[in-house]
Each structure stands twice: as structure tokens, then as C-alpha cells.
Design a protein around this ligand. Sequence first.
Ligand code: SF4
Length: 246
Amino acid sequence: MGVETEAREELLDLVRSLKERLRVDGESGETLSYLFRENPGAAEPLIPGPTLSTETSAGRRSDLEAVRVELGECRRCSLGSLRHRLVFGEGNPHSEMVFVGEAPGADEDEQGRPFVGRAGQLLTKIIAAMGLKREEVYICNILKCRPPGNRNPQPEEIMACEPFLIRQLEAIHPRVICALGSFAAHTLLKSEAPISTLRGRFHRYQGIPLMPTYHPAYLLRNPGAKKQVWEDVQAIMKALRNGLEV
Ligand code: SF4
């Protein structure tokens, strides 16, 4: 690739990032917040200069919006060209509680929001049973794009997408993470153990207590497992109340 082509590609990346930032800001009602850092005393432009690559600039931005901007209209794995809408995640960026699922399904792919189908409605009920509102927690997935036919995520897809989940969790820095289902638990814990043996006790993800439990989609097929999920979320609630001595 020639120097001119590289410069053009970089400029296009920058424009795409800026457009994405405007879209995210528009959705959050913070139009033009991209012009300034969160610290109002340091009104330094966030937009990288033309000599900075987007990779470099992303390393200097740690907040959730910056992660979304960096992700852009991602095509880092083959799912990028198959999705309708990228599902980044939603909820309170300062939440103490983050739910991490597997990947968007058909409804999520259509709406661009996580957990909005039948399984999502069940998750919303679980959150309500915890005494929380959906908008008080943060919800996201290992993969941001829907695997065709809801097939299992492939290792190369997880490898391509996981860095953004890691950054999301770094940006939010919750007190507790709940991994919903095998793929979330295996990816975050780097374990191959069955979810049935992982669930029911806290593990650690980067020092943060992490409770694996069954995915709501599994509960729809196996309602008998609701009892165990209820035990798991009760343990989370207790840990949140008691300062997380887990
Ligand atoms: S699944 Fe993740 S890595 Fe793959 S295209 Fe979507 S956002 Fe990019």
C-alpha cells in the first residue's frame, strides 16, 4: 500500500470514528462531548491528530464511549459483514454490576441492543428480582455481532472481539460481573470447566468477583434451572451488600 493510500485510509478511519462518536454522543444526549476530555480542566481535544493511528489513540482513551468509537463499524472478523446491527452493550457506564452474555440473537441484531428477545426479557425479570432496574446495570456480550443462525461463537471471532470486552470492563470497572452461560464464563475465566461446575461460587476476573450462571436462553429450555440461577443472583446481591468478601 502506498503512502498516499495509507494516509487516505487513515483519514477515512478518522472520519468513521468521528461519525461513530457523534452517533454515540447523540444517543447519550452529549452532543459534541468528544471535543473535550472528561476532566473539564483539561479541555484537550480527544480527536487524534493525523499522525496518530486509531490504535494509538485508543490506547490513551479508557472510557466506554471511546471503546465504542474505536470499535466503529467493525469488520475485524467475518461476522461484521453478516450482521444487521452491531450490539455494543447498554446500561449504566458507572454500574457496580455487569452482565456478560454470549452474542446477539435475531432480535438484538435487529435492534442493536443486547438481551431484548425472549431470553432478554427473562434477564430483565431476573434483574428486577434483584431489586435493580435494567438501566442501573450494564449488559453486554462476548461477541458484538450475531453469529448466523445463532451458532456457537468460533475461537477466532472471540479472539477478535474480546479485546473490546476487556476494554469495556476496564472502563466500567464494576464491583461484580455475572457471566451468563458457558461461552461468557469460559472466555472470561479461561476455563473449559462445565458451567454446571463453575456456577454457584465466585471466581475472579482481573481481581473482580465473577459469578458464572446459566444463560437465560438455557433457562427458557430448562426452567428447572431457575432455582440455581436464583441462588447465584442471591449470592451476588449478598456480596454487593456486604462489601464483597467472597
Ligand atoms: S463480532 Fe466483534 S470482532 Fe467480529 S465484526 Fe463484530 S464487533 Fe468486530
